[in-house]
Design a protein around this ligand. Structure first.
Ligand code: SF4
Length: 290
């Protein structure tokens, strides 16, 4: 376990890889707890606490193999990183909301908070997998342990958490990690040809073409890259935290060492068998040979 391994970078990446949803141990929380507004991603409106009509009594989805074709692309993008089974099996000790309706309301309110905790744990575990400074690793490790302890609290204590107080120090640590790792990258690649604006934080790249570009070590934090063309782009060392990549074309792109990419971001893109992903992310099943 990572908890026993101090600053073992390999253990951190292994831990990050292990953060996966286990729907067979969850009571369909993403299909029930969340508020959904009809859009390109979801065919219907649904209020928080109401199950999707396709959720069966055994908490499996009736149209699981056909979600995209039936207007539920958003369901194929979602990834709770393991928050669903944590709430179902640990916080609520295996009590399900169908058999125990009295726990339903609380369970549905706990789930989005647990989801945020797992998202932060994933980012911090990834940051720990990089070889940054000792003091940074020390602080990241402290946050990692704190976040893990929060996931084990009882439901009422989780509901009382002020998430902003946890998010702020973590954001600073992730930014500092990104800076160190990208600077290291830049020092290796700087040549007159590669001198360009590397700060594209929050940039409006909606529908724009970056096809074949060398974008190594770019800061794309919070960038709007919806439907952008990133085909065959070199995206190594790029920080994608919070970037909106919906329908971006990543065919042939190299993201092998891209930072702070989530499975949800990747699930929302288009790509092909030539796309190279970081080792902790899985190739989406809907990707075709574009
Ligand atoms: S909340 Fe997570 S574990 Fe539960 S059904 Fe949804 S994706 Fe699966």
């Amino acid at each position: 376990m990572f908890e026993d391994s101090g600053f073992d970078h390999t253990a951190a990446i292994h831990f990050r890889k292990g953060l996966r949803a286990d729907c067979s141990n969850c009571f369909g929380l993403c299909c029930t707890a969340l508020n959904i507004v009809a859009s390109n991603d979801f065919a219907i409106n649904k209020s928080a606490g109401t199950p999707f009509p396709n959720l069966q009594s055994d908490f499996r989805c009736q149209i699981h193999s056909n979600l995209r074709a039936t207007g539920f692309k958003g369901c194929t993008v979602f990834d709770c990183l393991g928050a669903g089974q944590m709430v179902s099996q640990i916080t609520f000790n295996g009590q399900n909301w169908r058999e125990r309706p009295e726990v339903a309301e609380k369970m549905f309110r706990v789930f989005p908070i647990m989801e945020q905790l797992f998202e932060m744990i994933a980012y911090v575990a990834e940051a720990l997998s990089y070889k940054a400074s000792y003091s940074l690793s020390d602080q990241l490790h402290e946050q990692f342990e704190l976040l893990q302890s929060l996931t084990k609290l009882d439901a009422d204590s989780i509901l009382a958490l002020d998430m902003m107080t946890y998010r702020m120090p973590i954001n600073e640590l992730l930014s500092a990690t990104s800076e160190i790792i990208r600077n290291e990258f830049i020092s290796k690649i700087s040549s007159p040809k590669s001198r360009r604006n590397l700060n594209l934080r929050g940039v409006d790249g909606v529908g724009k073409s970056f096809k074949g570009k060398d974008l190594r070590a770019t800061d794309f934090r919070g960038a709007y890259l919806i439907a952008s063309n990133l085909q065959n782009a070199d995206l190594r060392g790029v920080d994608f935290i919070g970037a909106d990549l919906r329908d971006a074309n990543l065919s042939g792109a190299n993201l092998s060492t891209s930072m702070f990419l989530t499975q949800m971001q990747i699930n929302s893109t288009k790509g092909n068998k030539e796309t190279i992903l970081p080792t902790f992310l899985q190739r989406p099943t809907h990707w075709t040979d574009l």
